[in-house]
Design a protein around this ligand. Sequence first.
Ligand code: CMP
Length: 144
Amino acid sequence: AQQQTFLMVKPDAVQRGLIGEIVQRFERKGFRLVAGKLVRMTEQQAEFHYAEHKGKEFFGDLVSFITSGPVFAMVWEGDEIIALSRTLIGKTNVKEAAPGTIRGDFALHTNRNLIHGSDSPESAAREISNFFGTEELVRYERQI
Ligand code: CMP
């Protein structure tokens, strides 16, 4: 089924010049970019994004890291994109992230793991709404 997901290039990957590399992997797979913007997240936006981690010992570090520099926030669309994008991204724990995945190829540390991808349709809807108004999502057919 066609789905939308929220993907975000984190500050570490922006600083390492990996936006193009990461975007290319999703384009090459056949997904459609429907929205994108470079933004510095506010603390409130970060707390909303990471609401499920509130109370965990790494929550404070998470919020300060994600607000430490610009992120490239995106909405992508495609068949089963929520599960498939997480396969392209690789496991959260970098020791388990397979070569060929974004994290497997480029990430050394679990808390500097380059990219975020939604884990369910409910998370995707909430995360998209944290960055984009519905009028910012551009719908079109991919011709090839
Ligand atoms: P992500 O899944 O995008 O969102 C939560 C982030 O918390 C995760 O990526 C990691 O970067 C970070 N993190 C740091 N420590 C841990 C941990 N022990 N378990 C899971 N996530 C962690």
